[in-house]
Ligand binder design. Structure first.
Ligand SMILES: Nc1ncnc2c1ncn2[C@@H]1O[C@H](COP(=O)(O)OP(=O)(O)O)[C@@H](O)[C@H]1O
Ligand SMILES: [Mg+2]
Length: 553
C-alpha cells in the first residue's frame, strides 16, 4: 500500500479545506472592517463639521449681542451725555450686568481722542486716530477688531460702533474680556485631543489653541485651505496626519473658527471592535484547522483500513478461485487415471495367476518377477488411494440436498474415530448446541469434511491430547469448530494447507487432498471454512454454514 499517496492525499484535503474556509472568513473580516472604518470616519467627519458650525454660531451670537448692546446705548444717548463720566460708568455697569464680558468702555470723538473712559486702565485722553480699527469704524459704522496688544501690551480686541449726530460723528468703543471670549471658543476643545480656536484672514491665532501655537502667532492651519462654507480638511494635507480639521467663517467678523479632532482617539471604539473581530476570526480559524486535521486523519485512516480489508478479501477470493479451478482439473485427471489403473491392476492379477504356474516357478527370475508384480500392485494401490480421494469429491460434484442434522453427523463421526483416538490416548470432546436448527445439504459430504478435520487433528497430535468439536448457532448460521491442542500450523503454511497435494506427511500416509476437498465441499454448501492457528498452540478449523430450512426452494 502506498502510504505516501495517502499522506499526500491527506495534505491536499487539509490544504484545500483550509483554503476554502479561510478565504471567505478573511475576506469577510477585511470587508467588514473596511466598511466599518469608512462609516466611522464619515461619522467623525460629520461630528467635527457639526462642532465647528455650532461653535461658530455661539461665537457669532456672543459678538452680535455685544455689538447690538453697544449700538443701542450709542443710539439712545447723545455724545454730550455719554461724554459725562457718570453716564458712561452707569452704562458700563448696565451692559456688564445684562451681557457681561466688557472690560472697559470709552467715548472717542471724530479726531480719535478718548473723551471719556471707564475701566481698569488709565486710557483717558489717548488718541486712536492712527489705530487701524479707528479708520474702519469711522467708515463702516461697526467694527470688531482683530486681537492686538494695544497700549496695555495685553492681547485683546475691541468692538466699536459709530454714532452720527448732526454736527459730529463719535465712537463708542468697548474692550472684550479676552478670558471670557477664549472660554467660549474653547468649549469646542472636546475629548483628550479636540481643539478649537479662531484665526484671522492672515492666519494669525485670535484665541489660545490647546495643542500647538500661541495667540497672535501664525496658526497651524492656513485659512486659505477652507472655503466659504464649513469644510473639513484631512490633517495629512497640513502635515498633521490622523487629525481632522473643520473651519467655518464667522458671520460677524473676518475670523475663521477651526475645530480639530484626533481621528485615532475617536476610532478607539472601532479599534476595540477590530480586536474582538480578529480574536473571533483567529479562534474560528483555529477551530477549523483542528476539526479539518482531525476529520481528515480519521477519514484517511478509515480509507487505509478499507483498502487493507479489500486486499485481504481479494487474496481470499484469488485463493478460492484457484482452488475451484484446480478442483475441476483434478477431478478430470482422476477420471482419466482411474481407467489405466484398473487395467494395470487387472493385468497384474493375471500376471500373478501366471506366476502360480509350475514352469514359471522354476524360472531363474521367478522371485524377481514376483517382487516386481508386488511393487507394481503396491504403487497402483497408492495411486488408487489418491484417485479415490479425488473422485470421492469429484463424483459428488452434484451434491445431494437433504435435511441435515449437524449434531447427529458430528456424533456419527466421533463414533467412527473414537476407538482409534483412544488407542493414541486422545480425548475427543463435544460441546454441541442442543437447539441447533436443521439445514439443507449433502450430509455424507459434511461428514467427510468433519472426518477429515478430526483425522488431521489426530495425526497432528500423535499421542496424548484433546480434540474439541463444537456446534453453535450464530444468527442465521451454524458454526462448527474442530480444535486440537497439537503442534499447530506455522503462519507461513496456513494458506498452503488448503492447496491440493500439500502435505507434511510421509508418502504413504498423506495425500494432501483432505483439506482441499473439505474446503470445496463447504464452499459448495454456501459456507466458509477458516483456520486459526499458532505454531505450538494447536489449530482450530471453523466451518460456518448458512441455515437453509429443509423444504425451501
Ligand atoms: N490440525 C492440524 N494440526 C496441524 N497441522 C495440520 C492440521 N490439519 C492439517 N494440517 C497440515 O495440513 C496438511 C494438509 O492436510 P490435508 O489436506 O488433510 O492432507 P493430509 O492430511 O493428507 O496431509 C497436513 O499435512 C498437515 O501438515
Ligand atoms: Mg488429511
Amino acid at each position: 500500500m502506498d502510504r505516501n499517496l495517502y499522506s499526500r492525499l491527506q495534505t491536499r484535503i487539509i490544504l484545500l479545506t483550509l483554503f476554502v474556509s479561510f478565504t471567505p472568513l478573511l475576506l469577510l473580516g477585511v470587508i467588514l472592517y473596511r466598511q466599518f472604518a469608512a462609516m466611522y470616519t464619515e461619522k467623525i467627519r460629520e461630528q467635527i463639521h457639526f462642532r465647528a458650525e455650532s461653535r461658530a454660531d455661539a461665537v457669532d451670537l456672543f459678538l452680535s449681542e455685544r455689538t447690538a448692546i453697544l449700538g443701542t446705548i450709542a443710539d439712545t444717548h447723545g455724545f454730550a451725555e455719554m461724554a459725562r463720566e457718570e453716564t458712561l460708568a452707569q452704562s458700563f455697569a448696565i451692559i456688564n450686568a445684562r451681557a457681561g464680558a466688557f472690560v472697559d468702555l470709552g467715548v472717542i470723538d471724530q479726531n480719535g481722542n478718548q473723551i471719556a473712559y471707564v475701566g481698569p486702565y488709565d486710557l483717558k485722553g489717548k488718541n486712536y486716530f492712527e489705530q487701524p480699527w479707528f479708520g474702519q469704524v469711522m467708515s463702516r459704522g461697526v467694527h470688531i477688531s482683530d486681537v492686538y496688544l494695544g497700549f496695555r501690551r495685553l492681547p485683546h480686541f475691541i468692538i466699536a460702533v459709530r454714532r452720527q449726530e448732526k454736527q459730529r460723528n463719535w465712537v463708542l468703543r468697548a474692550t472684550i474680556d479676552p478670558e471670557i471670549f477664549n472660554r467660549i471658543v474653547q468649549v469646542g476643545q472636546v475629548g483628550k485631543t479636540g481643539d478649537a480656536f479662531l484665526v484671522n484672514r492672515e492666519g494669525i491665532l485670535q484665541t489660545q489653541p490647546r495643542l500647538s501655537g500661541n495667540i497672535l502667532e501664525p496658526a497651524p492651519v492656513k485659512p486659505a485651505y477652507f472655503g466659504k462654507q464649513t469644510m473639513t480638511v484631512d490633517g495629512t494635507l497640513l502635515g498633521r496626519p490622523g487629525v481632522l480639521f473643520a473651519g467655518t467663517w464667522l458671520k460677524s467678523t473676518d475670523w475663521l473658527l477651526v475645530v480639530s479632532g484626533d481621528v485615532e482617539e475617536d476610532m478607539a471604539q472601532l479599534f476595540a471592535a477590530r480586536t474582538i473581530q480578529t480574536a473571533i476570526i483567529v479562534s474560528g480559524m483555529l477551530a477549523i484547522v483542528l476539526t479539518t486535521v482531525l476529520t481528515t486523519r480519521t477519514l484517511v485512516r478509515q480509507m487505509i483500513q478499507a483498502e487493507t480489508r479489500l486486499r485481504e478479501m481479494d487474496a481470499q477470493l484469488i485463493q478460492a478461485d484457484k482452488l475451484a479451478a484446480l478442483g475441476k482439473m483434478a477431478a478430470g485427471v482422476a477420471h482419466e487415471i482411474n481407467n489405466p489403473l484398473a487395467v494395470i491392476l487387472q493385468k497384474t492379477g493375471w500376471m500373478r495367476d501366471l506366476l502360480a504356474e509350475e514352469d514359471l516357478r522354476r524360472s531363474p527370475n521367478f522371485s524377481e518377477f514376483r517382487d516386481a508384480v508386488l511393487k507394481i500392485e503396491e504403487h497402483v494401490e497408492r495411486a488408487r488411494k489418491v484417485v479415490h480421494d479425488m473422485l470421492g469429491y469429484a463424483r459428488r460434484m452434484e451434491p445431494r440436498t437433504e435435511a441435515i442434522d449437524v449434531n447427529r453427523i458430528i456424533h456419527q463421526t466421533v463414533d467412527i474415530l473414537e476407538n482409534y483416538a483412544r488407542n493414541n490416548n486422545i480425548d475427543i470432546q463435544t460441546d454441541l448446541e442442543p437447539e441447533l436448527p436443521p439445514t439443507t445439504g449433502d450430509g455424507a459430504q459434511l461428514q467427510q469434511v468433519i472426518l477429515n478435520l478430526v483425522n488431521n487433528a489426530i495425526d497432528a497430535i500423535g499421542q496424548n491430547g484433546e480434540i474439541t468439536i463444537r456446534s453453535e448457532r450464530a444468527d442465521s448460521e451454524i458454526r462448527i469448530t474442530v480444535a486440537d491442542n497439537g503442534p499447530g500450523i506455522p503462519e507461513h503454511m496456513q494458506r498452503k494447507v488448503f492447496d491440493p497435494f500439500f502435505t507434511t506427511k510421509s508418502a504413504g500416509k498423506g495425500t494432501g487432498l483432505g483439506l482441499w476437498i473439505s474446503y470445496n465441499i463447504i464452499e459448495k454448501m454456501g459456507g466458509k471454512m477458516t483456520l486459526q492457528s499458532k505454531a505450538g498452540a494447536g489449530a482450530t478449523f471453523t466451518i460456518v454454514l448458512p441455515v437453509i430450512p429443509p423444504g425451501s426452494p
